[in-house]
Write a protein that binds this ligand. Structure first.
Ligand code: AHR
Length: 504
C-alpha cells in the first residue's frame, strides 16, 4: 500500500467558499430544456409544465446558481422572443446547434423553474449578433421595479415583482471562431465595457462576468485576457474560464491528471487579471467564474449522426454523453481544484445540468436518473462549505503523457462554522490503495463522523435508466483517530469524503 501524509491547520486559510462555486448551466440546446426540465404532459409535470422528478434531483444535487440561456445559443438569441404570450412567440432557427427554437420556455418560465429548484439565475446577454442596447433593456425588464417601458411590460406579462437577477454574463466564448459574432479581444473588450456600463447604470447592484478564453488550449489564451481586460477591467467583476476534458485513447492515468492543466489555467488567468489591474493601478481585484466545466467527448460521433438524420428539429438529442466512473473521479478532482483556489474562483458551473453533458438524464417517456458525475458535485455542495483550508500533502507522484510529478492523492479541505472539517480526496492510483495519515492536532479532539466512498472496479462502468445504481456512493472503510492523527485508507481509484466533527 502506498503512503501519503497531510498536515492541516485552521490558520492555513485559502478563502471562504462561495456557494456559487456549486453552480450549473441550462442552455437552449438539445433536450436540456424541452424534454429535460420542461415537459408538459409528463406524469410528473407541475402546473408550469416543469418535470417534478427533475426538480427533485436538482434540489438533491444542491445547485446554487444556474447559467442561462447559453452558451453558444445566446450569441444569436433575441431575449424579447422569449417573453409575452407563449402562442405568439416566434419560432427561430438556432444557428449554434442547427435546431428550431420555439421559445416556449423563456425568461418568466425560467424564473419560475429557478424558484422551484431554489437556485439563482445567472443570465447571459447576447454580445454576438447584438450589443449594449439589447443588454441594458433586458436588465431593465428583469430588474427595474416599475414605471419604465420594459419594467411595465414585465408587469403586464404577469410578473409584478422584478426577477432581481444579480449575476450577468457579457456574452459567451467570444474568442471562438464558432461563435456567432466572434470578435477580436479588443473588439470584445470595447463592447463588453459599453454593455456593462449601461447595464450597471440601469441596475448598480448587478455583477458582471466578461468572457475569458474558451479553454487553455485556445491559441489566443493569455493575450485574449490581457487585451480584453485592458478595455473593460473597471466595468466587470469576474472573468470567465471554460474547460472540458476528454479521454478518447483510454489513458486513465493521464486523464485523471488533467487537473494539473486546470490548476495552471486558473493561476494563469489570475496572473493576467492582476497584471492588468496593476497596470491600471486598480484597487479592485477581479475574481473568476469557471462557468463551463466538465468532461465532454463521449457523444461526439452520435451528434454527427443526429444532424445527419435532420437539422432544424426541435430538441434534437445532442451532447448526450454517458458518463463513466473515471469521469466521476475527474469531476471530483476538478471540484478539489476549485476549492484549492477558493480565494479567486467564486463561481463555477458544471456544464450542463440535464441531458446535455449532464449529471441528470431523462427519458421523454419515462423517468429521470443520475449519472456518475452527479455524486462528487452533490458531496462537494453539501459538505464543502465554509472556509477552504490548504492541506499540505506529501504524496507519491507519477508521470503521464502530458504531465509530470502528478500527486497520486489530490485533496482539499473545508471547515464549517461549527468547527467540523471535511476532507475530500481522490486516489488516482490505478492499482494501489493509499494509506493517508493526516495531522489534525490543530483542531482539538475530532472524530470521524462519516467516510463516503465512490469506487467501482471498472473505470468504464455507467449508470443507465435500466441500471441506475451501477456507480453510487457507499460507506467507506473509515479510519482511526489517534492523538490528533487520522489514518484512513483511500482505495485505488476512489473519491472519498471524510467528515470530521468535534469529539465532545
Ligand atoms: O456547453 C456546451 C457548449 O460548450 C456551450 O454552448 C459553449 O459555450 C461551449 O463551447
Amino acid at each position: 500500500m502506498k503512503q501519503a501524509t497531510l498536515i492541516m491547520d485552521r490558520d492555513y486559510v485559502i478563502g471562504q467558499v462561495d456557494p456559487r462555486v456549486y453552480g450549473s448551466f441550462i442552455e437552449h440546446l438539445g433536450r436540456a430544456v424541452y424534454g429535460g426540465i420542461y415537459q408538459p404532459g409528463h406524469p410528473t409535470a407541475n402546473a408550469d409544465g416543469f418535470r417534478k422528478d427533475v426538480i427533485d434531483l436538482v434540489r438533491k444535487l444542491g445547485i446554487s446558481v444556474v447559467r442561462y440561456p447559453g452558451g453558444n445559443f445566446v450569441s444569436g438569441f433575441n431575449w424579447e422572443d422569449s417573453i409575452g404570450p407563449v402562442d405568439q412567440r416566434p419560432k427561430k432557427l438556432d444557428l449554434a446547434w442547427f435546431t428550431t427554437e420555439t421559445n416556449e420556455v423563456g425568461l418568466h418560465e425560467f424564473d419560475r423553474w429557478a424558484k422551484a429548484t431554489d437556485t439563482q439565475v445567472m443570465y447571459a446577454v447576447n454580445l454576438g449578433t447584438r450589443g449594449p442596447d439589447a443588454a441594458r433593456n433586458v436588465v431593465e425588464y428583469a430588474n427595474h421595479p416599475s414605471g419604465s417601458y420594459w419594467s411595465d411590460l414585465r408587469i403586464r406579462n404577469g410578473a409584478k415583482d422584478p426577477f432581481n437577477i444579480k449575476l450577468w454574463c457579457l456574452g459567451n466564448e467570444m474568442d471562438g471562431p464558432w461563435q456567432m459574432g466572434h470578435r477580436t479581444a479588443t473588439e470584445y473588450g470595447r463592447v463588453a465595457c459599453e454593455a456593462g456600463k449601461l447595464m450597471k447604470w440601469t441596475d448598480p447592484s448587478i455583477e458582471l462576468v466578461a468572457c475569458g478564453s474558451s479553454g487553455s488550449d485556445m491559441p489566443t489564451f493569455g493575450s485574449w485576457e490581457y487585451e480584453m481586460l485592458s478595455e473593460c477591467y473597471n466595468e466587470i467583476d469576474y472573468v470567465s474560464l471554460h474547460r472540458y476534458y476528454k479521454n478518447p485513447t483510454g489513458d486513465t492515468a493521464n486523464f485523471l491528471a488533467s487537473t494539473m492543466d486546470l490548476d495552471a489555467f486558473i493561476k494563469a488567468v489570475v496572473s493576467v487579471c492582476d497584471a492588468v489591474g496593476s497596470k491600471k493601478r486598480a484597487k479592485k481585484k477581479l475574481h473568476l467564474s469557471f462557468d463551463e466545466w466538465n468532461v465532454w467527448y463521449h457523444s461526439a460521433e452520435q451528434d454527427q449522426e443526429v444532424w445527419k438524420r435532420g437539422k432544424w428539429n426541435r430538441a434534437l438529442p445532442l451532447l448526450e454523453d454517458v458518463y463513466n466512473f473515471e469521469d466521476a473521479l475527474l469531476v471530483g478532482a476538478m471540484l478539489i481544484t476549485f476549492l484549492n483556489n477558493a480565494d479567486r474562483v467564486k463561481i463555477a458551473c458544471m456544464a450542463q445540468l440535464v441531458n446535455v453533458i449532464a449529471p441528470i438524464m431523462t427519458n421523454d417517456n419515462g423517468g429521470a436518473w443520475v449519472q456518475t458525475i452527479f455524486y462528487p458535485l452533490m458531496h462537494a455542495s453539501r459538505y464543502g462549505r465554509g472556509t477552504a483550508l490548504r492541506p499540505i500533502v506529501h504524496s507519491p507522484v507519477y508521470d503521464t503523457k502530458d504531465f509530470e510529478e502528478v500527486p497520486v492523492v489530490s485533496s482539499a479541505a473545508t471547515m464549517a462554522e461549527d468547527g467540523s472539517v471535511t476532507l475530500f480526496a481522490v486516489n488516482r492510483d490505478l492499482k494501489e490503495d493509499v494509506e493517508l495519515t493526516a495531522d489534525l492536532r490543530a483542531f482539538g479532539k475530532m472524530k470521524i463522523s462519516e467516510h463516503i466512498l465512490l469506487h467501482h472496479d471498472d473505470v468504464h462502468a455507467v449508470n443507465t435508466e435500466a441500471d441506475p445504481d451501477q456507480v453510487k456512493p457507499v460507506a467507506g472503510p473509515g479510519g482511526v483517530m489517534d492523538g490528533g492523527h487520522l489514518t484512513v485508507k483511500l482505495p485505488a481509484l476512489s473519491w472519498n469524503v471524510i467528515r470530521l466533527t468535534k469529539a465532545e
